[in-house]
Design a protein around this ligand. Structure first.
Ligand code: NI
Length: 162
């Protein structure tokens, strides 16, 4: 396993739409393992492949933050969503920024696991929020794109990377 470097805003890979993962061979298995290790070492509860420089539709989620309880989610699709809830989020790729983001409260998710088997699950509250945040990364969307324009200017004015 390896501790991968986290890509930070404004790295252009974070704005790309990631491609579906079709190969579940050793190279992808290594990516999953390295992403899991990196997420825990960097104290994240989720990590998307573009954040470590791989533009594929893979994310790791560990809403409990307990090693061993993480899930590898490949090619996720939200089939249904309901409710709306606003809560604070942070992101390893936009360090130091915490913003309130509205997300669906419940989602029905279809995804493939690390072997490529398909599953459908119902998620709600924090686990649903983690998945929605990480799925944004697969579509080139960052936290800063989720706040209203005027708020975004104020947030970015104080953001050192720019
Ligand atoms: Ni993030």
């Amino acid at each position: 396993m390896a501790h991968l470097k986290i890509r930070v805003y404004p790295d252009p890979i974070l704005k790309k739409i990631a491609a579906p993962l079709t190969d579940f061979g050793p190279k992808s298995q290594k990516l999953f393992e390295d992403m899991i290790e990196t997420m825990y070492l960097d104290d994240g509860v989720g990590l998307a492949a573009p954040q470590v420089g791989a533009s594929v539709r893979v994310l790791i989620a560990s809403p409990t933050a307990k090693p061993g309880e993480e899930q590898v989610i490949v090619n996720p699709e939200i089939l249904e969503e309901s409710g709306r809830e606003v809560d604070q989020e942070g992101c390893l790729s936009v360090p130091g920024l915490a913003v309130k983001v509205a997300r669906a409260k419940k989602i029905r998710l279809r995804y493939q696991d690390r072997q490529g088997n398909s599953h459908e699950v119902l998620l709600k509250d924090f686990p649903a929020r983690v998945i929605q945040h990480e799925m944004d990364h697969l579509n080139g969307i960052l936290l800063i794109d989720r706040v209203p324009f005027d708020e975004r200017q104020t947030l970015l004015a104080g953001y050192k990377v720019l």
